[in-house]
Write a protein that binds this ligand. Structure first.
Ligand SMILES: [Zn+2]
Ligand SMILES: [Zn+2]
Length: 344
């Protein structure tokens, strides 16, 4: 009887999961399922930390009644952080294949326009023109990307060494293949498990804002927890224990978030990526460059401008600096440089 009951339960579970997969096709993929569960867990975590506070802190509820704007600002930050999280995780990090497609389409459009402008003027040899252009059309698209990318490297670079064996696409400088996403990413920073996506050129700015908002929310929540624990109202011992445990978890998260925010701010100001900083010796184009020289650094102001205005729809590819530029960047700072704000 026990065996038949167990098999019946298994069958019911199986049928329920089948129905779930049919209703939500995205749930049939284990990778998507884990990303979705992570997102649900994150929302739940935020709700628990804020909910416990509003459940036990009667002072805070009283304050909300007297000064609703205070709680309104806190709730706005709470919602903004969650929205920022979902927007960041849903934004493309800038896939190389998408950039190649955009370049191909732009090139094909330019060729079509050129063809249309030439056709009526050269009616005599129009058929030849169309045949030649038509035959070269596909190859022309392939070379447009190749030419664009190869121009970013010093002369003599080998196409074979720069081609990703998984995506079969020529990688521009700073791009890297992500094995979790199975795609090459422009200006690859890292694959974020927390967001379930890569951080690259297209979403690094949003990622920075997400960490900033999460840090602010964490700090504010910690302050609310501390003020609750410091208040003199009588409360049950188990409530105190819950609050202390949650505050300890918040403090650890706050330290981690602050360090992450500082680290990414430093990367932004020097135009580096986490991957370039951590794997500097293993990256071909960074080999032989002195440690303190950042090859893509264009000064703090320009770096910040490029970082803030880089969108996933507009692909930006940086050429490798020439030997002269590197020599210029490796010069030690003098008093004159400090006065003239060379770093900016
Ligand atoms: Zn790849
Ligand atoms: Zn990835």
């Amino acid at each position: 009887m026990g065996v038949s009951c167990g098999s019946h339960l298994r069958e019911t579970c199986h049928r329920a999961s089948d129905r779930c997969s049919r209703l939500f096709p995205c749930l049939s993929d284990p990778a998507r399922r884990s990303v979705l569960s992570l997102k649900v867990a994150l929302v739940m975590l935020h709700l628990v930390f804020a909910g416990v506070l509003f459940l036990f802190d009667h002072d805070l509820i009283e304050k909300t009644k007297k000064e609703p704007w205070y709680t309104a600002i806190y709730v706005s930050l709470f919602v903004a952080t969650l929205v920022q999280y979902f927007v960041t995780s849903g934004t493309s990090p800038g896939y190389v294949l998408d950039a190649q497609k955009a370049v191909d389409e732009r090139d094909a459009l330019a060729r079509r326009l050129l063809l249309a402008s030439k056709q009526p003027a050269s009616s005599q040899n129009g058929s030849v023109l169309i045949t030649v252009d038509g035959r070269n059309h596909h190859r022309g698209n392939a070379t447009a990307w190749t030419k664009l990318v190869m121009d970013l490297y010093p002369p003599g670079a080998s196409i074979r060494n720069l081609t990703c064996p998984y995506c079969n696409v020529i990688q521009p400088p700073r791009a890297k293949h992500c094995h979790d996403c199975d795609k090459c990413v422009l200006q690859f920073d890292h694959h974020c498990v927390w967001l379930g996506t890569c951080i690259g050129q297209g979403n690094h700015c949003r990622f920075w804002w997400y960490i900033c908002e999460e840090t602010a929310l964490c700090l504010w929540t910690s302050i609310l927890y501390i003020s609750y624990l410091k208040s003199n109202i009588s409360k049950a011992w188990w409530v105190d224990i819950i609050m202390i445990l949650l505050l300890a978890a918040l403090s650890i998260s706050l330290i981690f978030l602050l360090l992450l925010l500082l680290f990414h701010s430093y990367l932004v100001m020097t135009n580096q990526t986490t991957y370039e900083l951590v794997r500097r010796r293993r990256i071909v184009y960074l080999r032989g460059i002195p440690e303190r020289v950042y090859p893509f650094n264009q000064g703090v102001c320009r770096n910040l401008y490029l970082f803030c205005f880089a969108r996933s729809g507009m692909y930006r590819m940086e050429p490798l600096p020439t030997a002269e530029e590197l020599e210029e960047k490796s010069k030690p700072y003098t008093c004159g440089d400090v006065l003239s704000c060379r770093c900016c």
